[in-house]
Design a protein around this ligand. Structure first.
Ligand SMILES: [Zn+2]
Length: 374
């Protein structure tokens, strides 16, 4: 996810905040301090409303992170590495580097989040009971957090992919039918259906209760997001299935001619691309690798400036290159390209560049495989 910054690591997992999170943080804090607490406890002071509101809101997002952390730690214990947890507009998301390959692992990992939310909700409910006579604001904070964590657990258990409940549902279908693909398809269809239901419900709510239009709008937005995520995660699951087991060495181009950084783009196009169709070039100067140039780099220059632009101006310099191992899975290569916004990665074996993986080549492979229905 672009537009996020890192706050450090928890249990070795990167913890990130997306800028859109600030919107929801402010919305929740204001609605607690401005509406919920003043309405429920009219006798508190303004300072108490705001301090309790901010504290409740922060603890709410801490609960969301704990929910994602539960997924991540159970996932990791089941051999699914987790790179990062990100808080954003619609809550939290844990970023796995790949999907589960066994239904048992998926089942445990998906269920871990809602179970954690229920446990956290239970703890806050106990705190609420214990603190009732001691501090009303803290007891009220604990009560709201107990409720919201229960809601969080129940909402996530709705059986539409990619919600946790949808993943549990898929793992069960997968277990009983033995077919990962059809299980995914069914869970995704249900997920899309749930999204549409939320959208419809939100719109109805807006018309029935115009005073609470915001709640309706919010519900419709969540529905839109869910149906979008269902479609996107289906596409991703298809990609992952299509690229399973493909290694960097299988898709790399090994015929990248060596060119000098001083050569102009028009010369390069004339000598190497028009006639022989080369798509990647190693730029060396006195035998030393200076960078790599691909068609993508060339495409970003206006054709009128080809005469005055040199290969050295347009190449990706070697210090900015990320490299891949020949045995590395193409899926992981593609993810790194995504993460660093690059479109090529040299494949290095024993300190020598043996080829180049270009994003277009992976896309072409995906396309060819999907055309054949593989
Ligand atoms: Zn979850």
């Amino acid at each position: 996810m672009g537009g996020a910054f890192s706050l450090g690591r928890i249990f070795g997992i990167q913890f990130r905040i997306h800028y859109s999170w600030f919107i929801i943080f402010v919305l929740i804090t204001v609605s607690l301090s401005w509406e919920y607490f003043p309405y429920t406890y009219p006798e508190w002071s303004m300072t108490t409303y705001w301090l309790t509101g901010i504290g409740t809101s922060l603890l709410f997002f801490t609960s969301v992170v704990a929910h994602e952390l539960a997924h991540s730690l159970v996932g990791r214990a089941n051999g699914i590495p987790v790179k990062s947890i990100t808080l954003f507009l619609f809550g939290g998301v844990a970023h796995m580097t790949r999907e589960a390959t066994r239904h048992g692992a998926e089942f445990r990992m998906a269920l871990a989040g809602p179970v954690a939310s229920l446990v956290i909700g239970g703890i806050f409910f106990l705190l609420h009971l214990l603190l009732q006579g001691i501090s009303e604001p803290v007891a009220a904070l604990a009560f709201w957090l107990a409720q919201i964590n229960a809601v969080l657990a129940l909402f996530n258990l709705i059986p539409g992919f990619p919600l946790d409940g949808g993943r549990v549902f898929r793992s069960l279908l997968w277990r009983f039918t033995g077919n990962y693909r059809s299980a995914t398809r069914v869970a995704v269809e249900v997920g899309r259906g749930v999204g549409y239901l939320f959208m419809a419900g939100g719109i109805v709510l807006m018309f029935l209760y115009p005073k609470n239009w915001f709640n309706g709008l919010w519900l419709a937005c969540i529905g839109l997001f869910l149906s979008y995520m269902a479609t996107a995660s289906y596409r991703q699951a298809q990609w992952q299935a299509a690229l399973q087991g493909v290694r960097a060495a299988d898709v790399m181009t090994t015929t990248c001619p060596v060119v000098s950084p001083d050569m102009t783009i028009s010369r390069l196009v004339q000598d190497y691309i028009y006639l022989s169709g080369h798509r990647c070039f190693m730029v060396t100067d006195g035998g030393e690798l200076r960078g790599i140039l691909t068609l993508q780099n060339i495409r970003s220059v206006d054709q009128k400036s080809w005469d005055t632009t040199s290969v050295g101006d347009m190449m990706t310099p070697s210090e900015r290159l990320k490299v891949a191992q020949p045995g590395e899975e193409v899926l992981s290569v593609l993810e790194q390209m995504e993460e660093y916004s690059i479109s090529q990665m040299p494949v290095v074996s024993e300190g020598r560049i043996i080829g180049l993986v270009v994003r277009d080549d992976i896309v072409r492979l995906l396309y060819a495989r999907s055309r054949l229905g593989i």
